[in-house]
Design a protein around this ligand. Sequence first.
Ligand SMILES: CC(C)(COP(=O)(O)OP(=O)(O)OC[C@H]1O[C@@H](n2cnc3c(N)ncnc32)[C@H](O)[C@@H]1OP(=O)(O)O)[C@@H](O)C(=O)NCCC(=O)NCCSC(=O)/C=C1/CC=CC=CO1
Length: 266
Amino acid sequence: MSSTRVERADGLVTVIFDRPAKKNALGAEDWDILRRTLIEVTDDPGDRALLLTGAGGNFSAGADLSGSMNSGGGRGLTGGEQQSILFEMRAVGEIVDRLHRLPKPTLAAVDGVAFGVALGLVLACDLVLASDRARFCEVFVKRGLALDGGTSWSLPRQVGQRRAKQIAMLGDEFGADRALEWGLINEVVPADELPKVARDWANRLATGPTTALSLIKRSLDGSDSISFAQSLEDEARAQHIVFTTHDMREGITAFLERRPPKFTGR
Ligand SMILES: CC(C)(COP(=O)(O)OP(=O)(O)OC[C@H]1O[C@@H](n2cnc3c(N)ncnc32)[C@H](O)[C@@H]1OP(=O)(O)O)[C@@H](O)C(=O)NCCC(=O)NCCSC(=O)/C=C1/CC=CC=CO1
């Protein structure tokens, strides 16, 4: 049964995992909604930023272990079941990749638990806000699972190999303060303030200069795999592109006219 809602307002697309009785565990329909939404946000110029969050005091407890992924039941998998797990995991991987590569800014707002593949979704976002009662866990090892959700890639990049191995191989829960100290999240706010602060940040992204934000994101994400000289060339090309935008003209005009800019995403 699907439990994910999508809301749109003023350029901001909010995806809300909403099955509180199951800690917002994610099943096939949730993945389908997320996949479709990511395609829409990629293609629709009216969608200018994405906020991922959960309802009922939790982000998500990760994959729904009672659903389609819970195959085998201790009797060993048939060849067909094994194939189907590979297929499902590739499908989930494709969705996390879409999120990671989304050409619009993304923000995760985490209250309560973000476990397993849900942690992967969080780490694939550009910015992460957490409440002071957020709990994170690379829980896979506790279930006898290997890593997924792109966390084998994002964790070492965000916290370094040494800590990534601790987080992934021990599978201990950690709180928002530790996540902040390790550089996994941007800020911690009191739980009752999280919705407001998240909306403020997300609205700032959604009313920002969309092309510039997209190019900023692309250049930072790509910086690991290119030389300094290449980054300078890429920056030149990016500025060349933003000089064709209405938002760049508006940004400079607004500065000269001593008023706040009104970016429209064009
Ligand atoms: C630590 C918990 C998140 C919360 O604990 P607690 O507050 O004590 O609450 P519970 O009583 O345990 O949970 C309340 C109800 O929610 C159900 N539930 C919780 N998580 C899941 C889940 N992931 N799938 C299905 N259902 C879930 C729980 O059964 C309760 O239901 P009832 O009231 O009807 O009994 C704790 O719940 C917890 O540790 N949850 C599991 C976390 C987890 O292991 N997540 C999955 C990680 S694996 C993953 O994300 C990706 C894959 C990919 C590959 C293949 C296979 C699977 O996973």
